[in-house]
Write a protein that binds this ligand. Sequence first.
Ligand SMILES: [Zn+2]
Length: 57
Amino acid sequence: MARDFYRVKCSECGNEQKIFSHASTKVECLVCSEELATSTGGKAEVNGEIAEELKAE
Ligand SMILES: [Zn+2]
């Protein structure tokens, strides 16, 4: 399984945060606690804007 990361921009405060593409728990913005991604059991559902996809080697 590819271990990709997303750089996600928070729609509330603009903070950019790196999240795991298959996050097993929901991910909150470290600045404003907006939910950035929701766990689906597979690929996480990203709620913010994906600024960049970071591919793992
Ligand atoms: Zn935020």
